[in-house]
Design a protein around this ligand. Structure first.
Ligand code: HH2
Length: 262
C-alpha cells in the first residue's frame, strides 16, 4: 500500500526549519502547488510554531496567516487540506473554507476542537504531547514510553469517537515531550500503536532527534535522516508521513513500495 505524504506549509515567521519562507500569498501558493506536484496527498497548513519554547500566537494573527491560503487551495481542489492548529476557532474557520482535516498537536485537549471537526464532518490527527511547546521539554519522563503514549492516545481516540468523528489518525508526537532516545524507540516500536485501531501518522521531518547523529546538527542537514526515518516509519506501520521535503520523500518511499510489490 502507498504511504501517504502530508506536505508541511508553515505560514509562520519562526518555525524551526521553514519559518518566514513566504512573504506573499502567491509565494505560499507556488510552494503548495509544488508540494502537490511532488506527490503530497495532504497539505498541512500552520500559523503557529510549536517548536520547543515557542510563544503562543493570538487567534486573529494565526487566522490572518492561514485562512487566505486555505481558501485559495480549497479553490484549487488538488489535495486535501489539513489545518495545523490548537485553536478551535481557527480550525472551524478553515474547515468552513474547505479544509477537511484538523491536525491538533494537543490531541483535542479543548473539547470544542472535537465538536468543530465533528460539526464539519472533518477528520482529525490526534497527536501525543505532554504540557505545551513551552514546557514540554521538562515533561519527557516515561517508564515505558510506547505503553504510556499509547494509553494516553487511546483516551484521545475515545474522545474523538464519542464526538462522532469518523476519520481519526493517531500520532505519537515525535519530539513533543520526548527525548531523542524516546523518538528513536517510538520509531522502532511503531507497530504497537496499531492496537489503537486507527491509521498512524508520524512527523519526523528535520527534527532535533536526528540532530543527535553525526553531521545532522542543523535542521538544513537533516534531509537524509528524515528520509531514513520516513522509510523506517512506513515499514513499521505508518500510513501517513508529515514532511517538508515531499519530492525526496516520495522517491525514498517508492523504493519501499517496489520492494513490497516484488
Ligand atoms: N510536528 C510539528 C508540527 N505539527 N503535527 C503532527 N501531527 N505531528 C508532528 O510531528 C508535528 C505536527 C513541528 O514541525 P514544524 O511544523 O516543521 O515546525 P514548527 O512547529 O516550528 O512550525
Amino acid at each position: 500500500m502507498r504511504t501517504l505524504l502530508m506536505g508541511v506549509l508553515n505560514m509562520t515567521p519562526d518555525s524551526f526549519s521553514d519559518g518566514g519562507l513566504f512573504p506573499t500569498l502567491e509565494a505560499a501558493l507556488d510552494a503548495a502547488r509544488r508540494l502537490i506536484s511532488e506527490g503530497a496527498d495532504f497539505l498541512d497548513i500552520g500559523g503557529e510554531s510549536t517548536r520547543p519554547g515557542a510563544e503562543p500566537v493570538p487567534e486573529e494573527i494565526e487566522l490572518r496567516r492561514v485562512l487566505p491560503l486555505v481558501e485559495a487551495l480549497a479553490e484549487d481542489g488538488l489535495a486535501r487540506i489539513s489545518i495545523d492548529t490548537m485553536k478551535p476557532a481557527v480550525a472551524a474557520a478553515c474547515l468552513r473554507a474547505g479544509a477537511s482535516l484538523v491536525n491538533d498537536i494537543t490531541g483535542l485537549r479543548d473539547p470544542r476542537m472535537a465538536e468543530a471537526a465533528a460539526h464539519h464532518g472533518a477528520g482529525v490527527v490526534v497527536m501525543h504531547m505532554r504540557g505545551t511547546p513551552r514546557t514540554m521539554r521538562q515533561e519527557a519522563n516515561y517508564g515505558d514510553v510506547v505503553a504510556e503514549v499509547k494509553a494516553e492516545l487511546a483516551e484521545k481516540v475515545r474522545l474523538a469517537r464519542e464526538a462522532g468523528i469518523a476519520e481519526i489518525f493517531v500520532d505519537p508526537g515525535i519530539g513533543f515531550a520526548k527525548t531523542a532516545a524516546h523518538s528513536f524507540e517510538i520509531l522502532r516500536r511503531l507497530r504497537e500503536f496499531e492496537e489503537l485501531g486507527c491509521p498512524i501518522l508520524i512527523g519526523p521531518s528535520r527534527k532535533s532527534f536526528l540532530g543527535t547523529l553525526p553531521g545532522m546538527e542543523k535542521p538544513g542537514e537533516r534531509l537524509e535522516g528524515t528520509l531514513a526515518a520516513a522509510v523506517i516509519g512506513a515499514m513499521h506501520g505508518a500510513s501517513v508521513v508529515r514532511v517538508h521535503d515531499v519530492g525526496p520523500c516520495r522517491k525514498a518511499l517508492s523504493v519501499l513500495e517496489a520492494v513490497r510489490r516484488s
